[in-house]
Design a protein around this ligand. Structure first.
Ligand code: NI
Length: 258
């Protein structure tokens, strides 16, 4: 599929300078409407739960307990039609604009904030979740499937924070049963909120500090996140992310036994 929307030179420069970018549209309202149907079905059917791909990002994720922040890793593995969308084609073209011709979209995930009680996503850097042995050249594209507002949990970024190292993190509430991470000791006083229309998008570098508030609205807050990158390289200086080694999550157990 050919891209229908590309980034402007100013948008590309903004991303590299500030480590994030917000655009008004990465796809159409029609496509957003179709994606909502697929998205809601995957959560309703608990797609991927057996394999550890669907779980509560901000809770202890016991069987039968309502999730405060349901997440699906790789929703397009369970609904391949998500890759045959204009959003996916545009995201791929935009990653190449930002990272060069070797760049492209990779995996995806979905984070759903239920009405009135969807939990906040604490401040973190995405790279803190990943294998510490690699240097990455990666970003995430966050696409809301309804308007994203401060009230329902839009994204916030700390401009320029992509130039920092990875800060220490810990599992939310210091509970190793919880998958979600929270940053330690970072100054987020300069953070900016990025409200968006449905089908808009934010981009952020793997080290950019970011946060999304709780959903205080009466409507679900659906976000589909597409990962993009160019090849990374193995680090010459080793580092460790002990917060991941300490984790004992139910999702990892399900992944092991599936
Ligand atoms: Ni993140």
């Amino acid at each position: 599929m050919e891209p229908t929307i590309l980034l402007t030179d100013d948008q590309i420069a903004f991303y590299h300078e500030h480590g994030y970018l917000a655009i008004e549209a990465i796809t159409t309202q029609d496509e957003v409407d179709r994606l909502v149907g697929v998205y809601d079905r995957l959560f309703a059917e608990k797609a991927g739960r057996d394999k550890g791909d669907q779980f509560d990002l901000a809770g202890t994720d016991e069987e039968g307990k309502e999730a405060s922040l349901p997440q699906i890793l790789g929703p397009s593995n369970y609904a391949p039609e998500m890759r045959l969308t204009q959003a996916w084609a545009n995201a791929d073209a935009m990653v190449k604009q930002l990272l060069g011709p070797e760049g492209g979209v990779g995996g995806d995930h979905a984070i759903y904030k239920p009405p009135f009680h969807g939990a906040e996503t604490p401040w973190h850097q995405d790279e803190a979740y990943w294998d510490p042995m690699w240097d990455y050249n990666s970003l995430s594209i966050w696409i809301p499937l309804q308007p994203a507002t401060v009230e329902n949990g839009c994204m916030w970024f700390v401009p320029g924070s992509h130039r920092t190292e990875v800060f220490p993190h810990h599992s939310i509430n210091h509970d190793p049963r919880i998958h979600g991470l929270e940053i330690e000791g970072a100054d987020v006083s300069g953070a900016v909120a990025c409200p968006l229309p449905a089908g808009g998008a934010t981009f952020h570098h793997s080290r950019t500090l970011h946060y999304a508030g709780a959903n205080h609205s009466p409507m679900p807050r659906r976000a589909w996140i597409i990962g993009g990158g160019a090849p990374g390289k193995r680090r010459e200086t080793p580092r460790s992310f002990p917060w991941n080694e300490r984790k004992e999550t139910a999702r990892a157990e399900r992944a092991k036994s599936s």
